[in-house]
Design a protein around this ligand. Structure first.
Ligand SMILES: Cc1cc2nc3c(=O)[nH]c(=O)nc-3n(C[C@H](O)[C@H](O)[C@H](O)COP(=O)(O)O)c2cc1C
Length: 171
């Protein structure tokens, strides 16, 4: 099996992160992977915001915890948070950002870095407390967030999971 396929087939979501810094060079390569994702009509109307300050990440997690009423929600305390955002009116924003997120997860995994999709901002980006934090991160007011990548070295190991999706071949 080639290296790319092996990366795809062995990636798993990580929900336990070690307190260990990710080298800057690796972060830059993960961002390059995000920037090279396909986008509808090649519009690239996204922004990628890398939050390296763990206190600021936890400030966002605490706001989500309050707004969604999920006591103890801590976003798994990742080392960094990479946030693709996209113009609200972009017709392909959701799909574009999902493509970018998968590139992020695969690039991270290829470097031994764990990741998980964080979905909680869908629908609450414009809650004032959340928007204030996003603005402080430099995310434009007209951008929404469909998913975020929590990244860090995994504190657990996971075997590949059985895949049950149906496949149909028409000859
Ligand atoms: C659209 C989407 C939303 C997700 N949201 C979350 C989330 O908010 N929190 C979480 O822990 N995992 C989230 N996940 C990760 C899935 O739970 C995970 O990919 C799935 O259980 C399969 O496991 P695997 O990634 O280890 O293969 C999300 C995945 C997708 C594609």
């Amino acid at each position: 099996m080639n290296e790319t396929l092996n990366t795809i087939l062995t990636r798993r979501s990580t929900r336990k992160f070690l307190n260990k810094e990710i080298p800057e060079e690796d972060l830059q390569q993960i961002i390059q992977a995000a920037l090279h994702a396909p986008s509808g009509m090649g519009r690239q109307s996204w922004q990628f915001t890398l939050v390296k300050n763990r206190e600021k990440i936890q400030t966002l997690a605490a706001a989500i915890e309050r707004i969604l009423g999920r006591p103890g929600y801590d976003m798994y305390r990742p080392q960094v948070l990479l946030i693709p955002s996209n113009k609200k009116e972009s017709p392909y924003g959701r799909e574009d950002d999902a493509c970018a997120l998968e590139n992020i997860f695969l690039a991270a995994h290829s470097m031994g870095i764990g990741s998980v999709w964080i979905n909680q901002l869908q629908g609450i980006c414009d809650q004032p407390e959340i928007r204030e934090i996003l603005t402080s991160f430099g995310i434009p007011e007209d951008h929404v967030i469909y998913g975020m990548a929590a990244l860090g070295y995994a504190g657990d190991e996971k075997a590949p999971k059985e895949r049950i999706g149906k496949v149909v071949v028409v000859e």
